[in-house]
Write a protein that binds this ligand. Sequence first.
Ligand code: SAH
Length: 343
Amino acid sequence: MEQKKNIKDFTLQELESYVVQNNLPKFRAGQIFEWIYKDVETFDQMTNLSKDLINKLKQDLYIGRAEIEVGLISKEDNTRKYLLKLEDGNSVECVLMEYAYGKTICISTQVGCRMDCAFCASAIGGLTRHMTSGEMLEEVMAVSRDIGERISNIVLMGTGEPFDNYKEVIKFLRTVNNQKGMNVGQRHITISTSGLVPKILEFAEEDFQCTLAISLHAADNVTRNTLMPINKKYKIEELIDACKIYIKRTNRRITFEYAMIKDINDNEESAQKLSKLIKGMLCHVNLIPINKVEEKVFEKANKASIDKFKNILENHGIEVTVRRELGSDINAACGQLRKQYGK
Ligand code: SAH
């Protein structure tokens, strides 16, 4: 017997092919899709379908779910941090943040990560496996179920490199954005990459109006090589060229993420180099006071150097924000919860 498939791994188009192959009218796919993203637990709850169709669905498919293994709520700012157990027993993290414009979930796209950035907790342990689009959808659904509220914004900034799992991530984006499903607006989604140049160029052609964030963290190749091994494959100049092509193609403003690390990339010279590198681009810089990871030597830059850095960029006409630190009392930073409970 063929193994049952997770229905959440189907795009609406794929569901349409499935129903047509089974000699059913195409519109049935839309009905099934709508039920799934109304978060029914069983096929029997799909009350506008025939018994026969329900039985057929049960035979071929199942409705995948994740279980909340750990849920923590920050006393400081209500940030929630979750460890979700996937069906094969692996765990992934996601974080729910409250902003004035709505609730934002930060999801993982892989179990572990192989980018091996020097300052990141997710790098410890390497890549276990890719996640499926259905598992990413379920991250949003499990948290939404837990808080009893719709989630309006999504950032793909949890564990994993989204562009290292490109096909499933694109499926996720299309499905979560579908009006018959969760209907999360493209402009309410941010995808963050460590800089996989060919995928940035491919993504530019997808015609998807989300925000692209680039984890830059350094403005020269020597420094970036020590922080992010991916830079040995795709140098800064190549990355910036890809960003320019992306901007030209999509007309979307790029966000450059820059983790402020004491004595590594937080000096005046770095700020000047960064300004020179991105001046005139349709972009925005997000300075991130780095989160201390127990196993790593890196320390957070101090406030004075962050302010100075910000000033230099602003003097060059570059838009800058300093990221607010949320959930610091619940280990909300990247990859730390999974590591802690995985021991
Ligand atoms: N792989 C993707 C997305 C996941 S990482 C990427 O690299 O963009 C999401 C963001 O968190 C990245 O900007 C990453 O560099 C940053 N990050 C990782 N570890 C961090 C830490 N200890 N402190 C602050 N930011 C960190």
